[in-house]
Design a protein around this ligand. Structure first.
Ligand code: HEM
Length: 402
């Protein structure tokens, strides 16, 4: 008899979902959750198989479950971001076209070129707290860094950044999926419409006068005679904003917490900063910002002998795959020299994270600079508060002293 249920909404499980993942992997790796009206997958091999199988769609609107239908109703009121498919929620050939056009404006080379600027921003953020000997790592570093970077990439002037950040936060607050309170949804709806209007203005300006930014890149990215429609461009700009901010914040927040709780690994990294890139990969594996992603079965099929019907949702728990002992030795240990480390914190298959090079650059620079400039960091709480949702895992605050 199976007793384990997937319920990430219980506070203790929200704070630490990993023991629940162990039980599901062992007892019921293809688990039907009546609560979520979805199949919950927790094993690495099953999840990679689904994410790379074209019989599953990323277009959640096709899901025959209560939450997807509610989300659809809400999305329709969200302006272009709600009514237009983005690459994140589309299948080929639409996905191929949207992703290719954006990748052009978003190349790894472009990201490499941003490193000096990211360094400067990190240094400025740390300068502001240096003399006090303490900081809230989330408020003072992890939160502002990705917003400033993406705002600059999109060409948002510094004086408009605060307003831009508010819109972005209010929209991101709904990313938790089902169970978002109505007042949060209402604020997000207003913000999505205002942000779309704002971007419309930016796009019009860049059409008249191109600049060195992503919006101009999107306008210029013309391929095989196809261009992005205005709605697609708006939805893409908004996707980059919501997909990249809280996730990167949580890489820096969850990663710092993991290092502070594993002082031997912290010391090792301080002694040998050349381990920074490998450490970032391990931190992504160990406590990743995105705990899961959903797909919709487009035909009747079986996963490990369990019957999946057309239209049913399959939720892939990336955070569990990354702790699967069938894939990783001593998966619950943080080992910044882990080799090989084929984690799927950025997903897998055609939707694997487009922003991964940028997230990696920001994470590497943030950790390297923090540990170099504040060599003796200490956790100022035994009980850090988790915010986020069952999809996005992150801390509300992380007080440290140095
Ligand atoms: C550590 C930080 C990040 C993590 C852990 C992360 C994680 C992910 C994951 C798991 C997916 C796949 C979702 C799925 O398969 O349904 C994804 C997709 C995506 N991410 Fe990220 N992400 C991060 C940062 C960023 C940044 C900085 C950007 C851009 C500024 C970004 C843009 C995107 C986009 C556009 C997609 C959709 C790609 C597609 O559908 O083809 N992400 N991300």
């Amino acid at each position: 008899m199976v007793t384990t249920q997937y319920n990430p909404f219980i506070p203790e499980i929200h704070a630490n979902p990993y023991p629940m993942y162990v039980r599901l992997r062992e007892e019921d790796p293809v688990h039907w959750s009546a609560l979520m009206e979805a199949w919950i997958l927790t094993r690495y091999a099953d999840i990679v198989a689904v994410l790379t199988d074209s019989r599953f769609s990323a277009n959640r609107r096709q899901a025959q479950n209560r939450f997807a239908q509610e989300a659809q109703k809400i999305a329709e009121e969200f302006g272009p971001f709600g009514r237009t498919q983005t690459m994140l929620t589309s299948d080929p050939p639409l996905h191929t076209r949207l992703r290719r056009l954006v990748s052009k404006a978003f190349t790894p080379r472009m990201v490499e070129g941003l490193r000096p600027r990211i360094q400067l921003i990190v240094d400025e953020l740390l300068d502001a707290v240096r003399d006090s000997g303490r900081m809230d790592l989330i408020r003072d570093l992890a939160y502002p860094l990705p917003v400033i970077v993406i705002a600059e990439m999109l060409g948002i002037p510094p004086q408009e950044r605060d307003q831009f950040k508010r819109w972005s936060d209010e929209i991101a607050a709904t990313l938790g999926g089902p169970f978002t309170p109505p007042e949060v949804l209402e604020r997000a709806r207003k913000s999505a419409i205002e942000l779309a209007d704002y971007f419309r203005g930016v796009i019009a300006e860049r059409r008249r006068e191109p600049a060195e930014d992503l919006i101009s890149g999107l306008i210029a990215a013309e391929e095989q005679g196809q261009i992005l429609s205005e709605d697609e461009m708006l939805a893409t700009a908004m996707l980059l904003l919501v997909a990249g901010n809280e996730t990167t914040t949580n890489l820096i927040g969850n990663g710092t917490l993991a290092l502070l709780r594993n002082p031997d690994q912290l010391r090792r990294l301080q002694d040998d900063p050349s381990l920074i890139p490998a450490a970032v990969e391990e931190l992504l594996r160990y406590d990743g910002p995105v705990q899961g992603t959903g797909r919709v079965a487009m035909e009747e099929l079986e996963i490990d002998g369990r019957p999946v019907k057309t239209g049913q949702v399959v939720f892939c728990v990336l955070g569990s795959a990354n702790r699967d002992p069938a894939q990783f030795e001593n998966p619950d240990e943080l080992d910044i020299t882990r080799q090989p480390n084929e984690h799927i914190a950025f997903g897998d298959g055609i939707h694997s994270c487009l922003g991964a090079p940028l997230a990696r650059a920001e994470g590497q620079i943030a950790f390297e600079t923090l540990l170099r400039r504040f060599p003796n960091p200490r956790l100022e709480t035994d009980n850090p508060q988790w915010g986020g949702s069952f999809i996005l895992r992150g801390l509300k605050s992380l007080p440290i002293s140095f």
